[in-house]
Design a protein around this ligand. Structure first.
Ligand code: SF4
Length: 443
C-alpha cells in the first residue's frame, strides 16, 4: 500500500469516535493516533499521583488544559480514619483550589457523590460520541452512553491534564450480540459473567467490546452500565453500546453543559474481529467463583454452598436497578448471614429513603427490616481498603458480592473467598446463607 491509501471499509462505532477525535476521515485497528480528550476523571487513589506527574512535567505553576473538562471525584477510601487515605483527599482539595476546578465532588459537602463511574453520568459528564478517560480501570462503564471510555495510568493522565491529548492504538472491535428479552431472574451481571466465562479474562485484551442486540437495548441505562463496566474483566480496552433514545433522554436530563453531542453507530460493513451471539432466554443465573471473574459456574451447580456474608454495592451492583432487584427478594424476609448494602452514590442513597416497592415500604426500610447493614455511598469494601472500611472482609470469610472482581485480597483478607453474582442471586443467597437460585424466590 502506498502512503495513506486504504481500502474503503466501514468503521465500527469505536473506530468512528477515535477517527473524529484524531481529525481523520478514517482509522483502522492498529493505527497509532493522537486524540483530543473530552473529559478526564480522577479520584482519591490515583489523583495525587496524576497531579504529581502533571506538576513534574508541566511545572509547579502550570494550568490544566481545560478546567471544564477535568472531573475529580473522591470515592474509594472515604469513611475511614486512615491518615494516608485522608491525606489523598486533601491533595485533591489543594489541587482543585490551585486550579479553580468547577467539577469537584468533595467529601463532607452537599456535592459529595460517591462512586465515580455512577457519579459521572448522574452529574452529566457522559455524552455519546465523546472520549472520556479516567484513572480507573472501570472507566469503561461510560461506554454505555455510546462514547469511547477507558482507564489510563497516572502518567498518561498527568499528560492529558497538561495537553488535553493522548496517544492511542486503535483497537479491533469484537461484537457481542444478545438476542431476546431478559427473563425476570436474570440481570446484566449474568450476561457479562457468562460472556467472560466463555472468552476468559484475557479474551478481549486491548480490543473494543461492542454490545448489541435486542437483549441489550431492552435493558435500562444502569444495566447497560453494568455490561460495559466489566469489559475490563475480559481485558477489553473499552465496552460500548450505541446510543438509542433511552440514552439520549438520560443524557439530556443530566447534561448541564448544553454541548452538542454526536450519536454514531457501527457501519453496516464495519469489520468486527469476531462475533458472539447469545440467546438470553436460554441463559441461567451465573456466579464467578473465587478467584477470578472468568471462573464461571451456574448457580444451580453451586446450590447449597455455604456463605458467611453477602455484599450489595459498587459501580457494578450499587445502582437503583440493583437495589430494586434485591429489595424484591428481601421484602418481608430476613437475611441469614451478615449482609452489607452500599449505595454507589449519594443520589442513590437518597432514593433508597424515598422510593417505595409496590407503594409499601421504602427500599431502605426493606433492607433494614431484613437485617441488612446500610453503608454510606462510596466504593466501601469493593476494593478492600483500610481495616475500618464498611463491609471489608477482615478475616477469611466466604462472601457473595455484586462487585466486579474477586482476585485474592480484593475485598480485604487474602484468604477470603468472593463469589460474584447478580443482585438477585446475592439477595436470594443472603436469605439462605448458601448460594441460592433467585428463581426459588421469584416463583
Ligand atoms: S466500586 Fe469498586 S470497582 Fe467500582 S470504582 Fe470503586 S473500587 Fe473500583
Amino acid at each position: 500500500m502506498i502512503g495513506d491509501e486504504r481500502p474503503m471499509a466501514g468503521m465500527t462505532l469505536t473506530e468512528k469516535i477515535l477517527a473524529r477525535h484524531a481529525g481523520k476521515p478514517s482509522v483502522q485497528p492498529g493505527d497509532n493516533i493522537w486524540v483530543d480528550v473530552d473529559i478526564l476523571m480522577t479520584h482519591d487513589v490515583c489523583g495525587p499521583g496524576t497531579i504529581g506527574v502533571f506538576h513534574q512535567n508541566f511545572g509547579r505553576n502550570a494550568k490544566v488544559w481545560d478546567r471544564e473538562k477535568v472531573v475529580i471525584i473522591p470515592d474509594h477510601y472515604i469513611f475511614t480514619a486512615d491518615a494516608m487515605a485522608n491525606r489523598n483527599v486533601d491533595v485533591l482539595r489543594e489541587f482543585v483550589a490551585e486550579q479553580n476546578l468547577p467539577h469537584f465532588y468533595d467529601v463532607g459537602t452537599d456535592r459529595y457523590k460517591g462512586v465515580c463511574h455512577i457519579a459521572l453520568p448522574e452529574e452529566g459528564h457522559t455524552r455519546p460520541g465523546e472520549i472520556l478517560l479516567g484513572t480507573d480501570s472501570h472507566t469503561c462503564t461510560a461506554g454505555a452512553f455510546g462514547e469511547f471510555a477507558t482507564g489510563i495510568g497516572n502518567t498518561d493522565a498527568g499528560f492529558v491534564l497538561g495537553t488535553g491529548k493522548t496517544w492511542l492504538k486503535v483497537p479491533q472491535t469484537l461484537r457481542f450480540v444478545f438476542k431476546g428479552q431478559l427473563p425476570p431472574y436474570l440481570m446484566a451481571k449474568d450476561l457479562i459473567l457468562a460472556l467472560i466465562g466463555d472468552i476468559g479474562c484475557d479474551g478481549a485484551t486491548y480490543q473494543a467490546m461492542e454490545f448489541d442486540g435486542d437483549g441489550v437495548f431492552c435493558l435500562g441505562i444502569e444495566e447497560r452500565m453494568t455490561l460495559c463496566n466489566m469489559a475490563i474483566e475480559a481485558g477489553g480496552k473499552n465496552g460500548i453500546i450505541r446510543a438509542d433514545q433511552k440514552t439520549i433522554d438520560f443524557v439530556k436530563s443530566r447534561d448541564k453543559s448544553g454541548k452538542p453531542f454526536t450519536v454514531e453507530q457501527s457501519d453496516a460493513d464495519a469489520r468486527f474481529a469476531r462475533e458472539w451471539v447469545y440467546d438470553v432466554t436460554k441463559l441461567k443465573p451465573v456466579v464467578a467463583k473465587p478467584h477470578s471473574p472468568d471462573n464461571r459456574a451456574y448457580v444451580d451447580e453451586l446450590k447449597g454452598a455455604t456463605l458467611d456474608r453477602a455484599y450489595i454495592g459498587s459501580c457494578t451492583g450499587g445502582k437503583m436497578t440493583d437495589f430494586r432487584a434485591a429489595a424484591r427478594l428481601l421484602k418481608g424476609r430476613s437475611v441469614k448471614i451478615d449482609t452489607f448494602v452500599v449505595p454507589a452514590t449519594s443520589e442513590v442513597a437518597k432514593q433508597l429513603k424515598t422510593e417505595r416497592l409496590d407503594g409499601g415500604s421504602t427500599l431502605e426500610e426493606i433492607f433494614l427490616n431484613a437485617g441488612a447493614k446500610l453503608g454510606q455511598p462510596s466504593c466501601a469494601a469493593c476494593l478492600g481498603g483500610p481495616a475500618d472500611t464498611f463491609g471489608r472482609l477482615n478475616s477469611p470469610l466466604k462472601c457473595i458480592s455484586t462487585t466486579n472482581r474477586n482476585f485474592p485480597g480484593r475485598m480485604g483478607h487474602k484468604q477470603a473467598e468472593v463469589f460474584l453474582a447478580s443482585p438477585l442471586t446475592v439477595a436470594a443467597s443472603a436469605l439462605t446463607g448458601t448460594i441460592t437460585d433467585p428463581r426459588e424466590y421469584l416463583a
